[in-house]
Design a protein around this ligand. Structure first.
Ligand SMILES: CC(C)(COP(=O)(O)OP(=O)(O)OC[C@H]1O[C@@H](n2cnc3c(N)ncnc32)[C@H](O)[C@@H]1OP(=O)(O)O)[C@@H](O)C(=O)NCCC(=O)NCCS
Length: 154
């Protein structure tokens, strides 16, 4: 079992991206899934993907990006159903936060559907606060919380 950062130079790039795209399709509704654009998203500058592997299987992943030197965005977090409630989501999220902090960013923000209570609880547990409710964020009838966590970079 281990947590790795996907490296562009890695010989496993294609294999790992393919498996994550399969998970995206399974876990998220079509318009919310990054399945079609995953590879492109990852090729963007300042984006990163951490994934958890258990017995050679990808159990979960988190994708983040740092669009500016001040703030980062967590674009996706997911854990395969059979591996949930074992601390992997929290471990992935903490690792992503560490990565962002090492770049000395001041704020991490994300969007999450209020109905996704597992995720909302996880973000709150790690110190994220709800900023606002963005209506019709995902689609005409699906809103999102915008959440954030700030760090004082001393
Ligand atoms: C959200 C998700 C990543 C959590 O992953 P996980 O590995 O099961 O989470 P963990 O075991 O690390 O749990 C960490 C914390 O999250 C919260 N949590 C996780 N599952 C929960 C559940 N079913 N009910 C309530 N809280 C939950 C709790 O605060 C938990 O802390 P605790 O164990 O001290 O109570 C996972 O449920 C998932 O992939 N959901 C579908 C995709 C999704 O909603 N992604 C987020 C939107 S982009």
């Amino acid at each position: 079992m281990g947590l790795s950062e996907l490296q562009r130079t890695s010989g496993r790039w294609g294999e790992v991206v393919d498996e994550i795209v399969r998970l995206e399709k399974k876990i998220f509704p079509k318009h919310e899934s990054l399945a079609r654009s995953f590879d492109d998203e990852l090729k963007k500058k300042n984006s990163g993907l951490l994934y958890m592997e258990i017995d050679g299987e990808i159990a979960g992943y988190v994708m983040y990006s740092c669009p500016s030197s001040l703030c980062a965005v967590v674009a996706k977090l997911a854990v395969k159903e059979k591996y949930r409630r074992q601390g992997h989501g929290e471990a992935l999220m903490k690792a992503a936060i560490q990565k962002c902090r090492s770049k000395r960013i001041n704020r991490i923000s994300l969007h999450v559907e209020p109905l996704r209570s597992s995720a909302v609880n996880l973000y709150k547990k790690l110190g994220f606060q709800i900023d606002t409710l963005v209506t019709a964020y995902y689609s005409s009838d699906r809103d999102a919380y915008r959440m954030f966590i700030d760090f004082g970079n001393e």
